[in-house]
Design a protein around this ligand. Structure first.
Ligand SMILES: [Zn+2]
Ligand SMILES: [Zn+2]
Ligand SMILES: [Zn+2]
Ligand SMILES: [Zn+2]
Length: 86
């Protein structure tokens, strides 16, 4: 068996693509819209382009720095921040 062709997550499936965030080589079962299932769980729920590193204090959504506003240690996502209207 050539392990270099096996999925880096489940170690069972054959590699079909590479996660564009973490560069893991992944099988069809472990890919979700071009990213691996591990990154998918931690992806910003707003832009879905970057990994989230914080959660909104109001709705609990995982968001990235660009998609959140921090006021007095309170983090809110753009959806929950009433001061930001487009
Ligand atoms: Zn896999
Ligand atoms: Zn990944
Ligand atoms: Zn974001
Ligand atoms: Zn929110």
């Amino acid at each position: 068996m050539d392990n270099s062709k096996m999925c880096e997550i489940c170690e069972e499936g054959v590699v079909v693509s590479e996660c564009f965030l973490c560069k893991r080589r992944i099988c069809a079962n472990c890919v979700s819209q071009g990213i691996c299932v591990i990154c998918d769980e931690t992806l910003c729920t707003n832009c879905r382009k970057q990994l989230s590193d914080r959660a909104c204090n109001v709705c609990g959504s995982l968001v990235c720095e660009d998609c959140s506003v921090k006021i007095n240690e309170e983090i809110t996502c753009l959806n929950c921040n009433p001061k930001r209207r487009f």
